[in-house]
Design a protein around this ligand. Structure first.
Ligand code: PLP
Length: 372
């Protein structure tokens, strides 16, 4: 039985009439860039998270870059973030001429360790830290109570990297409510995915929202009147239309992901050295990925591939050890928790269209590997 990591075609078939009609509407009205479909989606996505504004942009990378730019992060500044994430988190900082200052993650949740953040801010290597960017990795929020308290103590704004965490909650509050702004990715394989590149920024700050709307459209304040220079970060109309249709299903899909996570947890308990993802107290994980750990990762991955069960390693090389970030001057051993995670993590198939039979097949496959 084939078990894909994600199945975008199966998802499309469940929504085909509505998706096709929404795309047709954009084509018929020629609102290819921004327009009604994007505006409607922005309103609905903000409402879903209980946030005032959503600014639709071209990708999740844009959705991290634009708020940092709008907050005034620039050359010579620093942004505190983590090495165990997708490279876009750091690129958003580097593209502004600023420097990422890295802090290690918590071994249980894979998210920013607040103690390491506090240490860094006590002695930030001569840098001026202008923002803190925790990453809600795999669909679980970082420890936002502790991180918010540290940020408030130092008067530094937070920009949440919520690219993998649509509708995730912490202490009952949705992501997007813990910082100056939060960036989301709508890359096709995300919990809420477009049919191409797209991203969105949530903020409760009216002035920041306006600034970000202008930045995404060349600093334009009126037609051909530019108060400052920005870039083209606008969302396509077709992406807004597709996202608007899919958003109506997001809660149901999220519940299904959580149910599958529950089945994996009970079905895989006690199998070899396998460690399950930790759901920290107060966190409502949305399981963009269901990531287990084992010292026998490569062998398990091959064993499952032989049974046509797809898995993935996110991420095999922490960013401080990437060629692209060699200039930061970090080396092996600097972030041991991230390095160990990079060696041990494995994502099992996770999407809302997985059948119970497929989930059982994965569980049996993993148990067979460990002889459990
Ligand atoms: C944690 C994280 N940050 C940033 C991004 C960048 O998003 P995008 O690929 O939409 O530019 C992604 C998505 O790949 C991500 O997973």
């Amino acid at each position: 039985m084939k078990v894909p990591l994600a199945d975008l075609h199966a998802q499309y078939l469940t929504l085909k009439p509505d998706i096709d009609a929404a795309i047709q509407d954009v084509v018929s009205t020629s609102q290819f860039i921004l327009g009604k479909a994007v505006a409607n989606f922005e309103r609905s996505f903000a409402d879903a998270h209980g946030v005032k504004h959503c600014v639709g942009v071209g990708s999740g990378t844009d959705a991290l870059h634009v708020p940092l730019w709008a907050l005034g992060v620039g050359r010579g500044d620093a942004v505190a973030t983590v090495p165990f994430t997708f490279i876009a988190t750091l690129e958003a900082v580097s593209l502004l001429g600023a420097t990422p200052l890295l802090v290690d993650i918590d071994p249980g949740t894979f998210t920013m360790d607040p103690n390491r953040l506090a240490e860094l801010l006590r002695s930030p290597k001569g840098k001026s830290v202008k923002a803190i960017m925790p990453v809600h990795l795999y669909g679980q929020t970082a420890a936002m109570q502790e991180i918010s308290a540290i940020a408030a103590l130092h008067g530094i704004p937070i920009v949440e990297d919520a690219c993998q965490a649509h509708l995730a909650r912490y202490g009952g509050r949705y992501v997007g409510n813990f910082g100056a702004a939060a960036g989301f990715s709508f890359y096709p394989g995300k919990n809420l995915g477009a049919y191409g590149e797209a991203g969105g920024i949530l903020t409760n700050d009216d002035a920041l929202a306006l600034r970000m709307r202008q930045l995404r459209d060349h600093g334009q304040v009126e037609k051909y009147k530019h108060a400052f220079w920005g870039h083209n970060y606008r969302m396509d109309g077709i992406q807004g239309a597709v996202l608007g249709v899919k958003l109506k299903m997001l809660r149901t899909w999220t519940e299904r992901r959580r149910e599958i996570a529950g089945r994996y947890r009970s079905g895989l308990a006690g199998a070899g050295d396998l460690a399950m993802p930790t759901e920290a107290p107060g966190c409502e994980h949305v399981y963009h990925l269901f990531v287990v750990r084992t010292k026998r990762r490569a062998a398990l991955q091959t064993f499952l591939a032989d049974r046509e069960i797809s898995t993935a390693v996110a991420y095999p090389i922490p960013l401080h050890l990437q060629e692209a970030y060699r200039h930061l001057g970090y080396g092996p051993g600097d972030f041991p928790v991230s390095e160990r995670a990079a060696d041990e993590v494995l994502a099992l198939p996770m999407h809302a269209d997985l059948s119970d039979i497929q989930v059982k097949f994965v569980i049996e496959g993993v148990r067979a590997f460990f002889g459990a």
